[in-house]
Design a protein around this ligand. Sequence first.
Ligand code: ZN
Length: 415
Amino acid sequence: MGDMKQQLLQWIEEDRDKLIGFYSQFVATPSPNPPGDTRDAVAHISKFLHEHELNFRLVDPEPMFPNVVASFDGDGDGKHLVLNGHIDVFPAADEGWQHGGPWSGAVADGAVWGRGSADMKCGTSTSIFTYMYLHRIKELLKGKLTLTCVSDEETFGPWGARYLVDNLPEVHGDCCLNGEPSSPYSIRFGEKGPWWVSFRIRTRGAHGAYVHAGGSASWAAMAFCNDLKAVEAIDTPAPHNVGQALEEAREETDRAMGKGASDIVQKVTLNIGRMDAGLKVNMVPDECVIEADMRLPVGCEKEQVQKVIDEVLARHPDVEMEEINYTAPSWCDPYGEMVTHLQNNVETLRGFRPTPVISLGGTDARLWRYLGIGAYVYGPSPEGMGQRDEHVPVDDFLHTVKSHVLSAYDYLTNG
Ligand SMILES: [Zn+2]
């Protein structure tokens, strides 16, 4: 490892308390979404940037959801790296937490605890410190580094990264690095696309003893759902070199996302998330509303799935379909330059090479991939994300910081 990279690691070691302090205080500043008011958490970031004399601006098309954007040029032409993380977190119930509740930010048992510690204030803190360290040596870098800390991610809302990517072309760059939870053993280069739809089934209904009198919406719904499982049989081959990467990643995919994940990563899945029918036990329901959550693998077009749904609908004329939300799947090169930098640096730091994988869940990284820009997610373990007692071991946080700092450095010095 070169002298400069040694120096960067030394700074991180010396700043250990400062790093943990910033991260812990960030978690202790609530920013649940909904409602999504991130202004206090943004103030925490702004204060840090001010103290380190780093210029930035707030982009707040909706004042409750400000985004932090900062940028600097290196010495001479080169590539443009964009660091991205979100500030908002899932909501949390106050009860049942160890270490003082969801907004404690407690540093205890070797970890930082609280809602958002994993998703994703670990990763966003990482982006902020990466920006700070590389700014310190900017005359040694080529190209440009941009920091984007966004609001409004948890609900796929319009005021965060979506706003930036649509309205500020200067945040596009050549590559995006994001610290969402991935597990230290994997790098996420793509993600499945959720498609949520509702189906409404109307029938005549009847008195519960008069089942012969009219159709039952609940039975019709169950028959419909069974037929709808046909979407899971759609053939969805992986595009380009993704198939090879997925094959190589089978073991790691199961390790990071649970056994069986590798079997569904390249398949359409169907979850019937809600079924709502009937008014009373002794009535035959005349209406049932189903909400289905389908996840489309990369390379799969919505139209392919719609065609199969249409065939099913043709056999169930009482059923009406309505879209709730659609987010297309996304992917980029599983063997891209940033992957190599992360793998090499993690190998030096920890002795193993993280595997490129596709994620089952969604992140803002997709927005860069939609534009054809490589966007990679490397962060702490996703375990406990969104649950009570969400936490990240301090060592995993520091590992994430080191990996990002060294890989961003390599990217901005690699001709
Ligand atoms: Zn997240």
